[in-house]
Design a protein around this ligand. Structure first.
Ligand SMILES: NC(=O)c1ccc[n+]([C@@H]2O[C@H](COP(=O)([O-])OP(=O)(O)OC[C@H]3O[C@@H](n4cnc5c(N)ncnc54)[C@H](O)[C@@H]3O)[C@@H](O)[C@H]2O)c1
Length: 242
C-alpha cells in the first residue's frame, strides 16, 4: 500500500486508534491532516513531517466548518477521510440526561455528517475518495449500560451504508469499521480487574492494541479495498460471533 500523493484527514487523530492511523498513513507516504483537541500531541505529529494539526472541537458545528474551509483552501484535493473522533458515556435511558444524550450524538454522529458535508464535494470533483467511519461492536449488538453510545454507533453504521450507496458510482467508497475493545484512553477509568473480565468476552482472549485496528483502517483507505462499499467491518477478536 502506497499513499504517496494522497491526502488524508483523520479526526480525533491525537490519541488511540486515530493516532495509530495517522502514524501508519504517514509511514506509507500520505500527507495527513489531523483534527483534534490536543495541540501538544498535534505538534509532535507535525514533527514527523507531511502532517498538519488543526485544532477542532467536533461537537461544535462552527469549529468543523471553519477548519474544513481552511483545509480545503490549502488542500483542494482530499482523498481520504477517517471519521474517528468519538466519546463513550455510561448510562441508560433512565440515567442519561438529555444534555448528555445530545452531546454524544453531536460528537459521534453529527460530526460525521458535517465533516462529510464539507469534504464529499471536494472528493466528487476529483472522482475519488475513501471514507472510513468508526463505529463499534456496540452499534451492532446491544450494550448494557451504554444506551446512548450504542445508539450513536448504530447510527454511524447506517449512515455509512447510505453514504456508500449514494457515492460509490462516483468513486467515493464509504465503509464503517467497528472495533472491539481496544486499549486506548477511551478505556481509562476501567479498573484492571474489570478490563480482565472484559477481555474474557473476546474469543481471542484479550483486548486489541490500537495499531491492530489502524491496520484495517489503512487497508480500507487504500486502493486495495477497491470493491468495498457500505461494509461494516468488524475488527473485534470474535466478540460478535458468539
Ligand atoms: N477503544 C475501544 O475499545 C473502542 C471500541 C469501539 C469503538 N471505538 C471508537 O474508536 C474511535 C477512537 O477511539 P479510541 O478508542 O481511540 O479512544 P480515544 O479517546 O483515544 O480517541 C477518541 C479521540 O476523539 C477525540 N475527541 C473526542 N471528542 C472530541 C471533540 N469534541 N472534538 C475533537 N475531538 C474529540 C479525542 O480527543 C480522542 O483523540 C471512537 O470513535 C470510539 O468510539 C473505540
Amino acid at each position: 500500500m502506497n499513499f504517496q500523493n494522497r491526502t488524508a484527514i483523520v479526526t480525533g487523530g491525537t490519541s488511540g486508534i486515530g493516532e495509530s492511523t495517522v502514524r501508519q498513513l504517514l509511514e506509507k507516504g500520505a500527507t495527513v491532516l489531523v483534527l483534534g483537541r490536543n495541540a501538544e500531541k498535534g505538534k509532535q505529529l507535525e514533527a514527523l513531517g507531511n502532517c498538519k494539526f488543526y485544532s477542532c472541537d467536533v461537537a461544535d458545528p462552527a469549529s468543523i466548518e471553519s477548519v474544513c474551509s481552511k483545509i480545503l483552501e490549502a488542500h483542494p484535493t482530499i482523498d481520504i477521510l477517517v471519521n474517528n473522533a468519538g466519546m463513550s458515556l455510561d448510562g441508560t435511558v433512565e440515567s442519561l440526561t438529555l444534555e448528555e444524550w445530545n452531546r454524544i450524538f453531536a460528537v459521534n454522529v453529527t460530526s460525521i455528517y458535517l465533516m462529510s458535508k464539507y469534504i464529499v464535494p471536494a472528493m466528487r470533483k476529483n472522482g475519488y475518495g475513501r471514507i472510513i467511519n468508526i463505529g463499534s461492536t456496540a452499534g451492532t449488538v446491544g450494550a448494557w449500560g451504554l444506551h446512548a453510545y450504542s445508539a450513536t454507533k448504530g447510527a454511524v453504521i447506517q449512515l455509512s451504508k447510505s453514504m456508500a450507496a449514494e457515492y460509490a458510482k462516483e468513486g467515493i467508497l464509504v465503509n464503517c469499521l467497528c472495533p472491539g475493545g481496544t486499549m486506548t484512553p477511551l478505556m481509562e477509568g476501567i479498573g484492571a480487574n474489570d478490563l480482565d473480565d472484559f477481555a474474557k468476552l473476546f474469543p481471542i482472549g484479550r483486548l486489541a492494541q490500537p495499531d491492530e485496528i489502524a491496520r484495517t483502517i489503512v487497508f480500507l483507505a487504500s486502493e486495495e479495498a477497491s470493491f468495498m462499499a457500505g461494509s461494516t467491518v468488524l475488527v473485534d477478536g470474535g466478540f460478535t460471533c458468539i
